[in-house]
Write a protein that binds this ligand. Sequence first.
Ligand SMILES: [Zn+2]
Length: 325
Amino acid sequence: MTQAVGMHGAGIASLPPLGSLPLARGTADRGSAFRTAPDLFDRLWEEPGTRVLHLAGKQSPVQDHRLVLSSAAEVVRPENPVYLGSTVESTANLAAGTHIVLVEHEDVQADLAPVESWLGLRDAAASLPALESGLFVEAVAISNWHATHTHCPRCGHRTESIDGGWVRRCPADESLHYPRTDPAIIVTVTDEEDRLLLGSSAAWPENRFSTLAGFVEPGESLEAAVVREIEEESGIVVHSPTYLGSQPWPFPASLMLGFTAKAAHARPVPDGVEIREVRWFSRDELFTGLKEERLSVASGASIARALIEHWYGGPLDEEPSAGRP
Ligand SMILES: [Zn+2]
């Protein structure tokens, strides 16, 4: 069972302005034509090379910084598996053209890996190889969609999973329903002196700051969402929004679209609901505040961290480069 190899690899995984984002490194061929075959899962379970990615409660077994991908022959085929794609290039443990299928379990399976080896995306994805990180992100995202779209929005009838798990069909009115992704903009706003605007969410510990962000509304362009969200959360009016890169964030269904925008220096006013405090930071203020542990910023796999470091010009634990404010 072979298929054409598409255009994949580093050219897609690595976005120039922000570099390689932890959850945006996937290299699998999703096989969007291949997955519509009516006998898809019969064929995949007969194919000796097919591997299974396991999920239980959005966790997957990870050992030695690799996903535990079982042979399909050793896994009981569930009612609704999802086709995740195939490998384009061979890796240390997978041949090129290996098909990967998602199987979900009610609970973690101790016979696959010790209970403590089952990890969530936030804990595991950044340290997985690119291919496996991408498969894990894809698996969690499509799993979240199925879990919340079980019934037809037109008539309320229970829908069924078809096309390898990438469409849900209503048997009552034959309507088709496709996976949804919620676009959200996230922005580094800078003033004339290249200071950065950061806000502290009311839901966070005090003195934790991050870039302002918000969901795109129906009928709205990304650029308009940038201007609206920043004004709502800070009172600052921005211009010249410029796209920097994106990263899926399936908690549960976001796609984070990173922007930078400019503003005239003015006193920001937090909305008092979502945002408790919002202020401008110079690079020195941010570096010193972090070093003295008077404040913290977004960390780990988030695009917020990558955006802040893009503005800063390097890792936040290093002193700001000379010549920058
Ligand atoms: Zn229906």
